[in-house]
Design a protein around this ligand. Structure first.
Ligand code: 6MZ
Length: 356
């Protein structure tokens, strides 16, 4: 809790102790959390200190930029727009570029969501951790996924699974490699449940990677897509992504009313990241947030943290934003919050084995 700050902190602080207990006790699913965006700052600092003390030849250079990046994270990076956010990752990536540190990072993130603390039950009853496979001098993309899976599978299957993220900036052949790896691992009985599309919302050509999402879907993997996350996302981009037949959508902040109707009629769950949207300034005020639209129609949503390291939030604090009275929160009743938590649990990807 010590890293908690900002909107989420204020909302949580405004609640009475029994309200916090109520939120803690709801079985909640975390379905939208990026591994490298959720590493505890204490572990990141520990890894930075180790790197400075003994550099391995496999490690990328530890530059001033990296040191500055970690300081920004430590002090609560100020984000004027979404692009400032993506600038935080080179520092983090330079520290999680070998299997050992990646495994430690995955372990710490899973613990943060899934383990109880002396004061509180686990933040999440169930978690789908997501991460983008990276090739580094010390590991292949396949090894990357296997390393994260090794940590995910230390928990029982009813507690967590892995989503393989595909970055919009990836070359088509890299997207293909990652999708084929995800399918292969799933066929081996490993706990990969879906693929995700993430990264800089305006990068990449979705036409060139469309076929790999259809391939993932046909092979039994779920599909979730970051969609219409910024004003700069075009209608063509949104329509193309909807044609991938996604099971869930991340953010979906700037959908037009026709596309919102399509999402509602297709019952596609929307992964909602309140603090993330407020801090990246894609939503100005909580009361303007598109969650209101989906709540009105009792449409499936899932409340998620996105990146706890950068946004200094927790899953319970995101629910506090639903519960706290205006202007700190949306003032939902306990019954409404219970319903939202249930919708999240019902939106988990299935872990059915694949046909051969
Ligand atoms: C789009 C995001 C994101 O995959 O290396 N990522 N992509 N929108 C967001 N909303 C704020 N938050 C995180 O985790 C970090 C990567 O997740 C994506 C970015 O591509 C980031 O580099 P992994 O574990």
């Amino acid at each position: 809790m010590s890293h908690l700050a900002g909107y989420a902190y204020d909302a949580l602080q405004s609640l009475r102790p029994e309200q916090v207990t109520f939120l803690q006790d709801r079985p909640k699913a975390e379905l939208h959390a990026h591994l490298n965006g959720c590493i505890p700052i204490s572990l990141l600092k520990e890894m930075a200190a180790e790197r400075l003390a003994s550099r391995s030849s496999d490690d990328p250079p530890f530059s001033d930029d990296v040191r500055e990046g970690i300081e920004r994270l430590q002090n609560g990076a100020s984000l004027n727009e979404l692009h400032d956010f993506f600038g935080l990752f080179p520092a983090i990536y330079s520290l999680t570029s070998n299997p050992d540190n990646l495994g430690r990072a995955a372990r710490a993130v899973l613990q943060q969501f899934l383990d109880p603390t002396p004061e509180a039950p686990p933040q999440a009853a169930y978690m789908e951790l997501r991460s983008t496979p990276r090739e580094t001098p010390a590991m292949s993309r396949l090894k990357y996924i296997q390393t994260v899976l090794d940590e995910v599978e230390k928990y029982p299957s009813e507690r967590c699974a892995l989503i393989v993220s595909l970055d919009r900036r990836m070359k088509p052949e890299v997207v293909e490699e990652c999708v084929e790896n995800a399918i292969k691992l799933k066929q081996e009985g490993r706990r990969v449940v879906a693929v995700d599309l993430c990264g800089d919302p305006t990068a990449g050509d979705m036409n060139t990677i469309e076929k790999y999402f259809h391939r993932a879907k046909a092979a039994g993997l779920g599909v979730t897509l970051h969609i219409a996350e910024t004003k700069a996302n075009t209608l063509d981009d949104t329509l193309k992504l909807l044609s991938f037949a996604p099971d869930r959508l991340g953010h979906a902040t700037f959908l037009g009313s026709k596309e919102q109707d399509f999402v509602r009629n297709s019952k596609i769950c929307v992964e909602i990241c309140l603090t993330s949207n407020l801090l990246c300034k894609t939503v100005e005020k909580l009361e303007d947030h598109h969650i209101q639209h989906y709540l009105k129609y009792d449409h499936p949503v899932c409340i998620c943290t996105d990146d706890t390291l950068a946004f200094r939030n927790t899953l319970v604090a995101e629910y506090a934003l639903l519960m706290a009275a205006a202007p700190l929160g949306l003032g939902l009743t306990e019954a409404e919050i219970t319903r939202v938590a249930e919708m999240g649990m019902q939106s988990r990807f299935k872990q059915t084995p694949l046909p051969n």
